[in-house]
Write a protein that binds this ligand. Structure first.
Ligand code: URA
Length: 238
């Protein structure tokens, strides 16, 4: 059970004072009846709450899949740059979500955003081996020897030996290459540093999948959508 004003304030319906005013005006219905007092205790999982004629979609956690654009940082707050949280609707921001792991400022693609701390923890812990697939454009020719090196575990500039990674060449010539890279870890600048270790540079990076989630082709950069119930339960079961 929770106070009505707290539930509505947490969902972005204004301050407790503003919620009180809404209740006073008779704008809030609980199970079909006008709410009497904004301090009343209700169970938001069980009661139907209607605010200004709209049924409240109550949930404790939100799960958003964003197609992150370049130029924004994967953080909840930044002194200089726009963050991925700045891009989402107020309706979602009220849940105080955060990005699951990070993509670099210049990396685009699939980024999960949630306020479910437990799921976040599980998805970013290396022991759970969640596959992340990146499409990358490389400045030089990528060949069989690079595939082997990725398979054997690349040693980064700080001596860290990466777990085996899968490298697939989509096309490659002297002018550059397009590849897919699958990694399970999430070290700082990992894909870029892996290519630096084989004397090449990543010139474009896009994450196209995260565990069972694929970046939807029709989701424009900067847009996000909520995960479906099915996607949430698959994520929770990995
Ligand atoms: N690897 C990188 O180098 N950058 C990213 O944003 C993600 C993985």
């Amino acid at each position: 059970m929770e106070r009505l004003d707290k539930i509505l304030a947490n969902l972005g319906y204004g301050s407790r004072k503003e919620v009180k005013a809404l209740v006073k005006k008779g704008e809030v219905l609980i199970d079909g009846k006008s709410a009497k007092d904004s301090s009343m205790q209700i169970d938001p999982e069980k009661s139907e709450i209607i605010v200004s004629g709209e049924k409240l979609n109550y949930r404790k956690y939100i799960y958003l899949l964003m197609n992150k654009p370049a130029g924004v940082v994967s953080a909840t707050f930044d002194n200089y740059d726009e963050t991925v949280i700045d891009l989402i609707d107020d309706e979602y921001r009220a849940f105080e979500p955060f990005p699951v792991g990070r993509l670099d400022k210049d990396t685009v693609g699939l980024l999960l955003i949630t306020n479910d701390g437990e799921l976040n923890h599980r998805l970013i812990a290396p022991k759970w081996h969640v596959d992340k697939v990146y499409y990358a454009e490389i400045d030089k020719k990528v060949d069989e020897s690079d595939i082997k090196a990725f398979e054997n575990g690349i040693v980064l500039d700080d001596e860290y030996k990466c777990m085996p990674a899968k490298l697939e060449i989509l096309n490659s010539d002297e002018n550059g290459s397009e590849v897919l890279v699958t990694i399970q870890e999430g070290k700082f600048h990992q894909v870029k540093r892996m290519f630096n270790s084989v004397d090449k540079n990543v010139v474009f990076l896009k994450r196209i999948s995260f565990g069972p989630l694929l970046l939807p082709e029709d989701l424009e950069e900067g847009q996000c959508r909520e995960l479906t119930e099915n996607e949430i339960s698959i994520l929770k079961s990995i």
